[in-house]
Design a protein. Structure first.
Length: 197
């Protein structure tokens, strides 16, 4: 008896994903008439719209998986001398992925603020926080974050990771990031080895 793993992209609403991915007309022309996230991502990647493909995936993956993907991309391009504060933010975001507690989400955001929001790691922390139950401080009534904010933060983390230190590596990095996301969507870990210097 065979078991079929449900792809985690299949539950995403393509029209909503495309709305939040905010693509320009040249990219939209390449995906006209396509009816699934997987087909859209493949068409964008083939046409050289790698960043747009990552934005689609950032909004299509479930929040937990999207934040994990951002962490994997950030870890891949992190330099050996990554500041401790950035490493801590990513570790806190990974903690949120494992526990999905508001405490972990708030801790990740607190550290992200300390970084000045300048690194891919900072945006993994923002993604964890924006995936939580409330944007409000603990002692006031909850303010539910708009659902698309996680994708915004994750797309930012992935884009920053793709150009870190050496922009000439972006095409190869994006190809690896897309493979990682597809692995995560299929239930895998999406891990990427640290990039060789």
């Amino acid at each position: 008896m065979s078991t079929v793993t449900q792809n985690k992209l299949s539950g995403a609403s393509l029209p909503l994903v495309l709305k939040h991915a905010a693509m320009q007309e040249p990219a939209l022309e390449k995906i006209a008439g396509l009816d699934s996230v997987q087909a859209v991502v493949a068409a964008l990647a083939q046409a050289g719209f790698g960043i747009e493909a990552t934005r689609v995936l950032a909004h299509a993956l479930p929040k937990r998986e999207a934040v994990w993907w951002a962490c994997m991309c950030a870890a891949h391009t992190a330099p050996p001398n990554l500041p401790d504060i950035d490493r801590k933010v990513r570790e806190l975001a990974e903690t949120w992925v494992r526990q999905q507690s508001m405490e972990a989400a708030r801790a990740a955001m607190d550290e992200a603020k300390r970084t000045g929001f300048q690194s891919p790691e900072a945006w993994t922390g923002v993604g964890a926080f924006w995936s939580g139950e409330s944007l409000a401080p603990m002692d006031v009534p909850a303010i539910t974050p708009p659902a698309h904010l996680t994708g915004v933060a994750v797309a930012g983390a992935v884009a920053l990771a793709s150009v870190r230190a050496d922009t000439s590596r972006q095409p190869q990095r994006l190809a690896m990031f897309l493979q990682s996301a597809q692995d995560i969507a299929g239930g895998g870990p999406g891990r990427l080895l640290p990039e060789a210097s």
